[in-house]
Write a protein of this length. Structure first.
Length: 368
């Protein structure tokens, strides 16, 4: 007797993709066939992917970007895939040029690394026309030095891929995540976003709030974790845990993870803002700001910094950089020089793991 497996349906689970675990333990987000296909169709719209494009995949296949953007988008467009076994900054341009890649999707850490690599590795004969995942901090380098005309930055999560993006045509605001994206079919219902306060009330433009999202590209739930699945939604809205602002033009800007907030002098300070500002110091490769206990309650700020090879900087140099660019309450009290920071598999600093080290304050320079 010939056994035939049941034909999978559009709402059957096709992928379980684990979150990066930046502020907690990774969770397995389950996605359906319908979600995967719709995500690919939406990515075609996001970068105007064509059937003669060659999409180079430099992210691991366990990353939502690789699955829902590179693979699903390529299938939807009828384009070709160039799968790189492992991202290598030193051979990135050679691989792209040798394989005729025309589009590539990256994450922020990759863009920063490529910007800082020796220009001798760059291949001006590459054919890349579009890069998705670009951030404003290195957009000028990618356009002016690397000669890539289409640069797109956006916002999504493992649970809700591809919510917002700066448009290919139209106003691009590089300090933002762009407006809500859309499907190639304008008649298809698409994402809705709310920004809410701690009581679930909508906040006005230019006021930060937690982003809640309703979208057809949404996870079915967390694998074998019904309680966390229930906690992640409110009346159909997915609660991202991200603090975001929206301007009058409908462009959204990331502020911080909700749980990456430092409470100091009766103000909420976004750790991600400090990471960006301090990490821009020319001698630094990376910076991560975390809360540490203060003598009088609330928090003090400790920033861990990794120097670029061959560079030098003192704690006082870092402090002065901060004083020139940040409000007084945002200037760190402690500076800790480290050789490296713990990272998730997708390149994000694992602050939960880092903060668990009870020796941080004792090893840092106390600036008083």
């Amino acid at each position: 007797m010939l056994f035939r497996s049941p034909t999978p349906g559009a709402d059957d689970t096709v992928l379980i993709v684990y979150t990066s675990g930046t502020t907690g333990f990774p969770k397995g987000a389950m996605h359906s066939q319908r979600s995967f296909v719709t995500g690919g169709e939406a990515f075609v719209q996001r970068v105007y992917l064509q059937d003669d494009d060659r999409v180079m995949v430099v992210l691991p296949m366990f990353h939502i970007n690789a699955n829902f953007y590179s693979v699903a988008g390529t299938l939807a467009a009828g384009a070709s895939l160039v799968i790189v076994p492992k991202f290598s900054a030193s051979t990135f341009w050679q691989t792209a040029a040798d394989n005729g890649a025309t589009e590539v999707n990256i994450i922020e850490a990759m863009g920063t690394i490529l910007q800082n690599r020796p220009r001798s590795e760059y291949r001006p004969d590459h054919k890349i026309r579009a890069v998705y995942g670009v951030r404003g901090s290195y957009a000028d380098t990618f356009r002016n030095e690397f000669g890539i005309p289409v640069l797109i930055g956006g916002y999504g999560m493992t649970e809700i891929p591809g919510v917002t993006c700066n448009p290919v045509e139209g106003v691009q605001k590089w300090h933002t995540m762009g407006p809500i994206g859309r499907h190639p079919d304008p008649n298809r219902p698409w994402a809705q976003c709310r920004l809410v306060d701690d009581e679930g009330r909508d906040v006005p433009d230019d006021v930060e709030g937690e982003m809640w999202v309703k979208t057809p590209i949404v996870m079915q739930g967390y694998f074998r974790d019904p309680q966390q699945t229930k906690d992640a939604f409110h009346e159909g809205w997915f609660k991202t845990g991200d603090l975001v602002k929206r301007d009058a033009d409908g462009y959204y800007s990331f502020v911080s993870r909700k749980h990456d907030i430092i409470r100091r002098r009766d103000e909420n300070i976004a750790g991600a803002e400090l990471d960006r500002v301090i990490g821009a110091h020319p001698a630094l490769h990376e910076a991560a700001a975390v809360a540490v206990p203060a003598e009088l309650g609330e928090d003090d700020i400790l920033v861990a910094v990794v120097l670029k090879p061959g560079e030098k900087a003192s704690a006082q140099d870092i402090a002065q950089w901060c004083r020139d660019r940040l409000a007084p309450q945002k200037v760190p009290r402690y500076v800790l020089f480290v050789d490296d920071l713990p990272h998730t598999p997708t390149g994000k600093v694992q602050k939960v793991q880092f903060k668990a080290d009870a020796t941080l304050k004792s090893r840092a320079v106390d600036l008083g």
